[in-house]
Design a protein around this ligand. Structure first.
Ligand SMILES: Nc1ncnc2c1ncn2[C@@H]1O[C@H](COP(=O)(O)OP(=O)(O)OP(=O)(O)O)[C@@H](O)[C@H]1O
Ligand SMILES: [Mg+2]
Length: 302
């Protein structure tokens, strides 16, 4: 593709709850697969919405959806495994030097108490997947607004909180299996966080989904601010559920009229960014054929 050195393209689809993130992510995945790219669509949504929209029964991870398209919905179990592989034992060593707690109990606690933890691992996991070069494109369907923001905050927050730590831990040596000092472990976390934020910065494309309604428009600035604050830039804004045909019923006319003001605000406020409009479809969007209809709007021929 690129003279032998294939690069994995990564798109992260974000936005407030219920605006059509999963639908758009699925349509984008179909687009890239049809274009000949081996594509993975991935999420940590606790309800299996991707397999529902693709009408996939295959429970393997990844499951095959169609030619060149694979799907992985990671649940609590997979997230626990990721935790385990990545830094579970080390973090536990630190934690258990202060508090008496069993390992299984500790992991249960951590994965249940931090709702955004799936997405935090996802950055790391997708980074690894992209290094494998197995996929040409990875589409990441994220959890709604709050959790995604939490994810972006996580690495910076970690570094911040770790700052006083060396003073506390420098004299404490861990026994048993761990040869490293707590200080080394903490340094390891911090550099992992930095790698992840760099990865987001330089390799991931951010696609923000919104709808032309008051609350969604009001919350959008917050999403942009949060993304910018971390030195990241959104690449595309998708306005979903747009009704523009005013030749139809009075019902549609009223909706179109109401959306007009919000569309104007969006186009004025976000001039610097590529904007795509998607129509509100009469039926629900389920199955590959329906997604193909959406795909035409999402990727207009320019
Ligand atoms: N353009 C559209 N026309 C008609 N229906 C749509 C459109 N976009 C999305 N929908 C429908 O809206 C509902 C919500 O969409 P979706 O699940 O993609 O949102 P989401 O942002 O992923 O939600 P969540 O935040 O819960 O993950 C679905 O039933 C979907 O079929
Ligand atoms: Mg969703």
């Amino acid at each position: 593709m690129y003279g032998g050195m294939k690069k994995t393209h990564i798109s992260m689809v974000a936005g407030k709850g219920g605006v059509g993130k999963t639908t758009c992510a699925a349509a984008a995945a179909v687009h890239h697969a049809l274009g000949g790219e081996t594509t993975l669509i991935i999420s940590t949504d606790p309800t299996p919405s991707l397999s529902h929209i693709f009408e996939v029964e295959d429970r393997r991870k990844p499951a095959r959806v169609m030619d060149r398209l694979y799907l992985a919905e990671l649940g609590v179990e997979e997230i626990k495994q990721m935790w385990d592989r990545k830094f579970g034992r080390e973090v536990y060593e630190v934690f258990s030097s202060l508090v008496a707690v069993g390992y299984a109990e500790f992991v249960d606690f951590i994965t249940s108490v931090l709702p955004g933890i799936g997405d935090e691992f996802m950055v790391d996991y997708i980074k690894e997947l992209s290094q494998d070069r197995k996929y040409d494109h990875i589409i990441w369907d994220t959890a709604p607004l709050g959790q995604t923001l939490g994810l972006l905050k996580a690495p910076a927050m970690l570094s911040e909180h770790l700052r006083p730590a060396p003073r506390i831990y420098s004299r404490l040596k861990l026994g048993g299996e761990t040869k490293k000092s707590v200080l080394d472990i903490i340094k390891g976390w911090a550099s992992l966080s930095n790698d992840d934020i760099d990865f987001l910065k330089y390799q991931v494309k951010f696609v923000i989904i919104t709808i032309p309604e008051a609350l969604a428009v009001a919350q959008l600035d917050g999403i942009f601010d949060e993304i910018n604050k971390h030195g990241l830039t959104p690449d595309q804004l998708v306005i979903n559920n747009v009704v523009e045909d005013s030749t139809g019923s009075s019902f549609l006319k009223a909706r179109a009229e109401q959306q007009k003001g919000y569309l104007e605000i969006l186009f004025t406020r976000y001039q610097g960014i590529k904007i795509v409009k998607l129509p509100l479809f009469p039926g629900e969007i389920k199955g590959i054929d329906r997604l193909k209809e959406l795909e035409r709007y999402l990727f207009p021929v320019e």
